[in-house]
Design a protein around this ligand. Sequence first.
Ligand code: 3Y8
Ligand code: NAP
Length: 242
Amino acid sequence: MTRILLLGGTTEANLMAQALAKAGLAGVYSYAGRTDAPMGQPIHMRVGGFGGVEGLRAYLASEGISHVVDATHPFAAQMSSNAVSACTASGIPLIALERAPWVAGEGDRWMHVPDIAAVVTALHRPPLRVFLAIGRQHLDPFAAQSQHHYLLRLVDAPADPLPFPAEVIMARGPFDVAGDTALLQRHGTELVVAKNAGGKGAVAKIAAARALGLPVVMIDRPEIPPRRMARSVAEVMAWLNG
Ligand code: 3Y8
Ligand code: NAP
């Protein structure tokens, strides 16, 4: 009996859920519970952590999960690592649906950094107008570089005061190039900071930066233990029906 756990929270996971529902496959869409009102899904949803690797293993057993599809964001490295450990220990097949990283093209002015700490170091310089488009979970370290004029884009209003003064806009995405170009012009942005998320939902600001000739500090993806990979929903469906 096929029963799929879909680790979600991305555009690709939403497309995956549509395909599972269309194929009449039993599945559960899992959110971490990072946002106040996550999007509804056409399959059963669960919200919240599992409680580490052991909690995930217990969930897989108690829910009779036969396959795990990890369609989380490439920066959700802890979730993806836990899925590899739990599925290996339980002997449950796992596949990751991951989008290819963005690659700099003609006109792109990227500076690659390995992680958030390296961005903070790179910002050790006189004030700039910075679009810090990395969400809200990792803002604290930027208090060390509060000389800049930050623009933040968050999914929900911050619960606590921000660690530094910033202009905040609330938006959930996916975003479009025209909208992001207008946003950068309105803010007078001189530098964009972004995670190499890949995919279409977050790429608008990168295209907008290229159009405006702006530099981008691009955070490369964290390491994730090796696992079977798919680049499309169709590839995952073929694997599930294999
Ligand atoms: C809770 C689910 C869809 C899926 C939408 C994608 C596209 C828009 C772009 C910018 C960058 C950022 C952020 C971003 C994007 C999609 C996709 C994507 C980036 C939702 C969602 C959840 C989250 C969590 C949220 C993080 C934050 C990151 C904002 C839902 C809307 C910056 C990542 O407030 C918080 O705590 C937010 C936390 C993790 C990164 C961070 O560290 O703050 N995503 N985003 C998922 C869960 O609970 O399991 O609420 O419906 C999903 C999407 N966010 O088509 O509907 O697929 O990538 N999400 C980044 O990529 O840099 C915004 O502003 O340009
Ligand atoms: P993370 O740092 O890799 O995970 C931290 C912990 O959050 C995990 O150990 C797990 O808790 C819980 N968790 C994460 N994703 C989960 C999921 N889909 N279902 C159930 N529990 C989950 O994760 P993150 O980077 O905060 O991302 C959280 C969610 O936001 C994911 O769904 C991800 O796809 C989505 N997202 C993240 C980003 C980003 O930039 N990081 C961007 C877009 C969307 P336990 O250990 O208790 O199981």
